[in-house]
Structure formats: structure tokens, C-alpha cells
Design a protein around this ligand. Structure first.
Ligand code: ADP
Ligand code: MG
Length: 268
């Protein structure tokens, strides 16, 4: 990584617009958004439905391109990159977390977390080692063999977070990550996101809940495709992740007991 890339903001949008064309009708989803996000920390994006939050996240996540304006990620202008180069950049730099977890149902926590490594061509042993470590980081070292249905909602979201973390991204984009969770479990997930932010990963999350935005140190409010407000705040401190993890209830279904012995590759 060049010196420039290390000191530039991780995310920089300059006059970004996005126009969707529906037949004769043009929808101005973003109308000139300029903002920069430094490496590390937790930023919340709020705003009414239709204000452009998802469009903004899709552009920051390199899933879509601006109609006009400039987007630089880690100091690199991404507008000229090919589809393949964008996919590569996404894999190496970005992690995604969704409201509905998006885990594979018939697959263990470990296999779900190994998946991005499999796509990246990482060998079996190394895959296993890194997936075990990522699950340990989110407090799920004792749930490797569980399938999503055998885990609580909060645990499933932590598996999804481990899957995002396993490629060691610089930026995690989370669209309503606590939208399907109760308030206690939401606080646990926010504790983890806050911890990652402190550790130098940049976390950007969309939420419509002020209680969730309170954990962020910066809140950007979107309105009609523009940034309506952008302010720093003293973040609410989430409960300690370790305490939160140990306070979690064991899975409730009888099938939840791990039946397989740990394969040799999983040993430390
Ligand atoms: P939010 O996530 O804040 O609810 P979106 O970014 O999804 O808002 O949408 C912003 C505006 O762009 C809305 O008016 C929406 O209808 C429109 N829009 C979003 N995606 C598309 C699309 N693929 N095609 C056409 N219009 C879209
Ligand atoms: Mg949306």
C-alpha cells in the first residue's frame, strides 16, 4: 500500500450523483453527495425510506457506480476499474453484513465463514484456521459445527460478521444489521462492531433506529438524495463483547449439540 493510500481517507465521495432511468422517468437517487470517511471507527447513516441510503451503500461497496462524480476507495479512483477489478477490490477490501444474515442454511458456521476464502482460492487447512480464528473473534469458538437454525439471531449475525471479517477487510458495510434482532442482542452486535471500529476497521452501517445510531461516533442523515446533516457525537459505549458473549443463552434446539469431533485442522 502506498503512503498516499495510507494517509488518504478510506472513502471519499465528491459530487456523487446517481440517476435511475425507468422508461421516460428519471429518479435522482443521489443528488451530489460529497463526504470522506477516515480509516477506523463507526459511522451510522440514517434517513427516511427512499432518501438514498442503499444507493449510497451500493456505491461505497463498489456494487454500483455513480452516474457522475468521483469515488475514491483507499486513495484509488474506482471509476475506471473493470468489473473484474472491482470484484477483486470488493473481495480484498470490503465486508458486507445484511439485515437477514444471508447465511447458507444447510451449512455449519465454520463452512459459512470459510466460503469467502474458498472463493479466494485459499487452501483447506489455511481456510479452516482462519475461519476458526474469525469465529473466535466474535465469541463463537464453541459454535463451529452449529447450523444457522441452531443458533440465535444474534449468533447468526455474529457468524455473518465473522464471514465478513475472515478476509480482513478495511471496510465493513452493514445494512440494518440489527433490524431483525431484539434490543439486548442488538447491543451485543453493536459491541462487536464498535470493537472492530476501535481496532481500525471502518464500519459504516445503515439504521433507522436512533438507539443503534447512538453507538456511532458519527451520524450522517440523508434526505432526498442529499446529505442533510453530518455530525460527530460521543458514542454510547456498548457492553463488553466478552461479557455479552458469555451471557448468551445456549441454543435451544436438541439438535444443537455438536455431533462431529473437531477435525485435526481445527486444532490450535
Ligand atoms: P433508501 O435506502 O434510503 O430507502 P434507496 O437508495 O433505496 O433509498 O432509493 C433512493 C431512491 O432511488 C428511491 O426513490 C428509490 O425508489 C430509487 N431507486 C433505488 N433503486 C432503484 C432502482 N434500481 N431503479 C429505480 N429506482 C431506484
Ligand atoms: Mg434502503
Amino acid at each position: 500500500m502506498s503512503a498516499l493510500a495510507a494517509t488518504a481517507p478510506l472513502v471519499r465521495l465528491t459530487g456523487v450523483t446517481k440517476v435511475y432511468r425507468m422508461g421516460d422517468v428519471e429518479v435522482q437517487a443521489l443528488r451530489g453527495v460529497s463526504l470522506a470517511i477516515a480509516q477506523g471507527g463507526l459511522t451510522a447513516i440514517m434517513g427516511a425510506s427512499g432518501s438514498g441510503k442503499s444507493t449510497l451503500m451500493n456505491i461505497v461497496g463498489c456494487l454500483d457506480r455513480p452516474s457522475a462524480g468521483r469515488y475514491e476507495l483507499a486513495g484509488r479512483d474506482i471509476s475506471g476499474l473493470s468489473r473484474a477489478a472491482l470484484a477483486e477490490l470488493r473481495n480484498r477490501t470490503l465486508g458486507f453484513v445484511f439485515q437477514s444474515f444471508n447465511l447458507l442454511a444447510r451449512t455449519s458456521a465454520l463452512e459459512n465463514v470459510e466460503l469467502p476464502l474458498l472463493y479466494a482460492g485459499v487452501s483447506g487447512r489455511e481456510r479452516r484456521r482462519r475461519a476458526v480464528a474469525a469465529l473466535g473473534r466474535v465469541g463463537l469458538a464453541d459454535r463451529l459445527r452449529h447450523h444457522p437454525a441452531q443458533l440465535s439471531g444474534g449468533q447468526q449475525q455474529r457468524v455473518a460478521l465473522a464471514r465478513a471479517l475472515v478476509m480482513e477487510p478495511r471496510l465493513i458495510l452493514a445494512d440494518e444489521p440489527t433490524g431483525n434482532l431484539d434490543s439486548t442482542t442488538s447491543a451485543e452486535v453493536m459491541a462487536l462492531l464498535q470493537q472492530l471500529g476501535h481496532g481500525g476497521i471502518t464500519v459504516v452501517l445503515v439504521t433507522h433506529e436512533p438507539d443503534i445510531a447512538a453507538y456511532a461516533e458519527r451520524v450522517i442523515v440523508m434526505r432526498d438524495g442529499c446529505v442533510q446533516s453530518d455530525h460527530a457525537q460521543q458514542p454510547l459505549r456498548a457492553p463488553e463483547p466478552a461479557a455479552a458473549a458469555s451471557a448468551l443463552p445456549a441454543p435451544t434446539t436438541a439438535a444443537a449439540r455438536p455431533v462431529l469431533a473437531a477435525p485435526t485442522g481445527a486444532a490450535r
